[in-house]
Design a protein around this ligand. Sequence first.
Ligand code: FDA
Length: 389
Amino acid sequence: MRINTLILGAGAAGMMCARYCGGSTLVIDHAKAPGEKIRISGGGRCNFTNMYAEAKNYLSANPHFCKSALARYTQWDFIELVGRHGIAWHEKTLGQLFCDGSSKQIIAMLVEEMRKAGADLWLHTSVETVAQTADGYTVKLQREGQLQTITCRNLVLATGGKSIPKMGATGLAYDLARQFGLELTETRPALVPFTFPDGRFQPLAGVSLPARLSNARTAFDEALLFTHRGLSGPSVLQLSSYWREGEEITVNLIPGTPLYDLLREQRQAEGRRDLTTELSRHLPGKLVDFLAPQLGLKGRLADQSDGALSALCESLRNWHLLPAGTEGYRTAEVTLGGIDTDGLSSKTMEAKAAPGLFAIGEAVDVTGWLGGYNFQWAWASGHAAGTAI
Ligand code: FDA
């Protein structure tokens, strides 16, 4: 079969790209349904974009690469599309937009748009081989036990990264990129919980509080969640993208709280109150119980000197922890790194060394923060390639 464009991967980026490619486009996926990651995203409500998305919310060896695509297909373009399909949405926090109903509405919208544009979708289809021809590519596909050969002018790599292999993530885009001479940057799990080997946070599992997590490179003010195996929650997931093995992280358990002044006031007003009881007004009780032996928290407020209260606040602001590692690709929301942007046009996402070969979405070395930024990159890069095709 001869077609104009073959898109590998019916995920966020692949389906968005197909909208713009016009007829004679086929999208294939080895999964039984399109957009499986969209379906499970945002707790089933899909955090589909972020009102504040801009280049500074993305990690990449070349921080300028994403600018062109993000500027030409913005969060407002996607919000307009969602509105046109009558999908109700709300801002949860920090500009993060979620469906009021279900993430399945976003998948249905993309499938409808793709079909309206004349693209076909083959599910349960895997890639056997890809070869370059004089004017395009020949791809051998396995579809429900049948071998099919497709010849196309344009081939789009949209099979995503390595995160959550159980959901069908593979390294196919990286393998094909390498086959056609593109370089890869180091890939690592990102937006992923930290683990601690000794189960030290077991007694705190389920406790969450607002915190500031930082390392030498950056800091995030968002919720922190203790788990049986370590630390999770938005602030942890965000920091994980900037973390390397063996590095300490710093947890500020009282960001924005003038705790020293508050404790001194309370010492004056209610000096007979236990220090731990007073602290439990500002921090979860279980956390205070956990920290009490480590920080020597005992006695009444009246027994605490200014120096002791100041030292306590300093400890709560600068809790240094050394994660053993992360939960890895098993639970990582995204893959950091990927197809080196040096080999791609930032305008069209086409490979400089292989005409007609495009790479979009998570497979490319552009990784967003938590909060709808990764889908915005998938929409924008899919649009860039689709309009160029
Ligand atoms: P995506 O992974 O969506 O699609 C790739 C497609 O290729 C899949 O359909 C897959 O089956 C297919 N495929 C893979 N290998 C193949 C092969 N060998 N042969 C054939 N097909 C193959 N982001 C965000 O902005 N907001 C959010 O709320 C969330 N939430 C979230 C929750 C969870 C649990 C995860 C794991 C991830 C998120 N993300 C997110 C990240 C977001 O899902 C991700 O960045 C995008 O889905 C990436 O879009 P792509 O189209 O590049 O890949």
